[in-house]
Every structure is written in C-alpha cells, then in structure tokens.
Design a binder for this molecule. Structure first.
Ligand code: 3EB
Length: 323
C-alpha cells in the first residue's frame, strides 16, 4: 500500500484535515494571511495563474507524528517523512553555505527519525537568476547542494533525489523533501544529458538531481516523482517562445515516462502536474496543450515563478502512480 496519497480535490474543510492524525502534509500556494504553525503545513510563496485552487493534501493511511527538530518541520508515518525548512537569508552572498547547511539539517533530521533515503526535494528561493559576486545565484545554490550531497551520499550519482529549483519573489530559502526508509530507483531521461553530467558552462558544480525517482511500495504500487522538466534537449535549452517550449517539455515528459515504465512493476499514469511559468498569463492555452498531449484527467496547478535558466519560460514537475 502506498504510504500516502496526494490530492488537490478534497471536500473536507481545512480545520477537519488539520484535526486529523492522517494528514501528512498540506501545501499552500500563494501568500497566506496567517503564518503556519502546524509542522505539516508548508507554504510555497508563488501566485497561482488563473483561479486559485485548494491546497495540496497528502493523506496517510496510518497515524502521523509531527514535530520540529534542528529547525526542520517533519511529519512521518513509519514509511515516509515529509520535511521542510525555512531559512532567513541574512546575506545575499551567502547562498552557497546556507544551502549546504540547510541540506545537512534536512539529512540529519531525516536520519535521526530513521529515514535515510531522499526521494524528492523542492527548492524555492528568491532572485534565482541574479548575479552575486560574479556567480548566478542558481549556480551558487548548485554548489552548496553539491557540497552537502557529496558529504552525505556514498555513490552520490546513483542515489540523487528528484528535484526542482524555482525562483520566488519572497525573501527566505524554503526547502521541502520526502524521504523513505528504503531507497528508490533513480531514472534518467534518454532525451537529456543527466543534469549531474552537464558540462562546466552551466556552472562550477553541476546540478545534483535525477530526472525522476521511482519508488516501489510493495506489489504493483509505486510512485514516480518527476523532477522539474523543461525545454532542454541534450544539455541545451531549446526554443524562444512559451508554447514551443511547452511542446518540447511535454516530449521530455513522455520520454521520461516511457523510460520509467521499462522499470515500473505496472503501467505508470500521470496524476498531477505543477507547471511553473514565467509570464503571468491566462493558463488556458497551456492547459489545452497539456490535455492534448497527455490527456485531460490530470490535476494541473499553474504557478507564476522564475526558472533556473534565464531563457527558460516554463518547467513542469509531477507525480505518476502505478497500482
Ligand atoms: C534542467 O533540466 C532544468 O537544479 O534541482 C530542473 C529540475 C532544473 C531541477 C535543480 C533544475 C533542477 O536542468 C532546470
């Protein structure tokens, strides 16, 4: 049985969800009026394109324990832990060491709770494309993450979690993560050079993430956590306009899914996608393009965000499920 299900279409009122010991995570988008106090509530400070939707809710079949350790919020149920941390960025030229420390706090907390295997990490921080001391902040972030992962992981390149790194317009570094007791299987995309093998032109330390992480939950149940995917073929960005980048991104998603299906115990079906989009626009054409390519019964969430390469306008992450 999967240790949690993800839904964006829940009927239960939020106080009922928060009162339930089956709530593993509630992810709120935009800028909530009141700061979160429950460690299961995680805020992603990105505005939605189009009409706002409900928060994303992760429900556990078993009771959840939640708390805070090392400044890291956690919620776990014996199989998985959801973690998140918010760091004040007190100096904008200190991103690399701050990221390294934040990662090590995430690792230490998960390890103390018995979860050694990171499946997925979400990275949100401001001014992602801004240069600071001659280095783009995304590249400084990559250096800090690389440093922490090298220190933590044996055989690092074979156990890299899926990830996304997204630019916000709000102060603070926000990292969230999912870790498990048992490892997943790293999946790469046959249309793309693995990010951890990108050439030096993309920064002094290559981005340490896998294209997707496949995690079996016993029997035919499994999850595929799909990293942020963009209009990149090989290692090069492709196309200048949004809709053409979207089409290339969808080809990448299809190739990744096809490739993962060679390893999955049962056919994987996309259940939700998050679309990070640079221009603040009506998402209707994007919605139609995605439905054409992938089918109409996928929950879509459109967020206004910056992407880690200046020329990229859109990036899509998601979850696929087999059972
Ligand atoms: C790319 O494929 C586009 O640095 O964690 C996508 C997903 C991207 C994750 C990361 C970056 C990251 O290189 C950007």
């Amino acid at each position: 049985m999967p240790p949690f299900t993800v839904t964006r279409r829940h009927d239960a009122p939020e106080p009922d969800l928060l009162g339930s010991d089956r709530l593993l995570a509630m992810i709120r988008f935009g800028e909530p009026a009141t700061p979160a106090v429950d460690p299961r509530i995680c805020v992603v400070p990105l505005a939605e394109l189009g009409a706002p939707v409900a928060p994303e809710v992760w429900l556990s079949p078993w009771p959840v324990r939640a708390g805070t350790m090392n400044g890291v919020n956690y919620a776990d149920n014996g199989e998985v832990v959801f973690l998140h941390i918010l760091l004040d960025e007190y100096a904008e030229d200190a991103l690399q060491p701050l990221i390294a420390v934040a990662y090590r706090r995430l690792f230490a907390t998960a390890r103390a709770l018995g979860y050694r295997h990171f499946l997925r990490i979400w990275n949100y921080f401001p001014d992602i494309n801004q240069e600071c001391m001659g280095l783009e902040r995304y590249r400084a972030f990559c250096a800090g993450r690389h440093q922490a992962l090298m220190a933590e992981l044996a055989d690092c390149e074979m156990h890299l979690p899926a990830a996304c790194a997204i630019g916000t317009h709000r102060p603070g570094i926000r990292l969230s993560a999912l870790a498990a007791r048992e490892p997943g299987i790293q999946i790469e995309n046959p249309r793309q050079v693995s990010a951890f093998h990108y050439p030096r032109q993309y920064g002094p330390r290559s981005p340490s993430f896998s294209r997707a992480m496949l995690k079996s939950w016993g029997g035919q149940d499994c999850h595929l956590y799909i990293s942020g995917t963009a209009s990149i073929v090989g290692h090069a960005s492709r196309h200048h306009d949004l809709m053409t980048q979207l089409d290339e991104t969808l080809l990448n998603l299809e190739a990744l899914l096809r490739h993962a299906n060679q390893t999955a115990p049962a056919p994987l079906r996309l259940t939700q996608l998050t679309i990070y989009c640079r221009p603040d626009l009506d998402p209707a054409p994007l919605r139609a393009g995605i439905a054409d390519a992938l089918g109409a019964d996928i929950a879509l969430l459109f967020l206004h965000a910056d992407i880690c390469r200046r020329e990229l306008l859109v990036e899509i992450e998601g979850l696929a499920v087999a059972r």
